[in-house]
Design a protein. Sequence first.
Length: 223
Amino acid sequence: MNAVEQAIRSRQSIRSFLPDPVPPAIIRRILEAATCAPSGSNIQPWQVHVLTGKRRDALSQALLNAHRAKEPERRGYQYYPAEWREPYLQRRRETGWGLYQWLGIGKGDREAADEQRGHNYAFFGAPCVMMFTIDDDMGTGSWLDYGMFLQNIMVMARGLGLDTCPQAALANYPDIVREHLGLSDNQVVICGISIGYRDPDALVNRYRPSRVEVDSFTVFHDD
């Protein structure tokens, strides 16, 4: 297995990080590599905010406060389908219930499940979080481009011995993010990525959701 494949296959959403700081030069190196992602007409629509230290802590506390107060989520775009159907509903349930069962959280235990969701806003203990925004007049193609940029960040991080957790939940309270980052109203908060060194002893980091087989989503057209 070559280094690229190893980085891709070892990437997973880490939900418990060590507090060890990530050197700024490493963060910059990751972002520089990520800019090699393709984008339509090379417009490169990504805009990134890197938070560490007190700025990271302040945003985390504000998001946690909103979550604990059960403030309505106001994500600036629709991430999931309006109506769930198979096979996507089953996959979603498998992942969500699978994680909770792995952690010993039973079905119907809303308090424990809510506490686990709240760890998103503490960035799972990661010392660094990246927040991603895009101009609100960009088209669907630019969002596709953005996905490739985000994947580059996560794969590059793995290549350097780091781990990540991409989090759409960090866009649930965009007004709070705008206030803390000084963003204009025309910026759509897409998501965040927590980045750092995984806690090797954390039970949650040993959970791996299943992946569908290639033949279930691919048709090979051949004479």
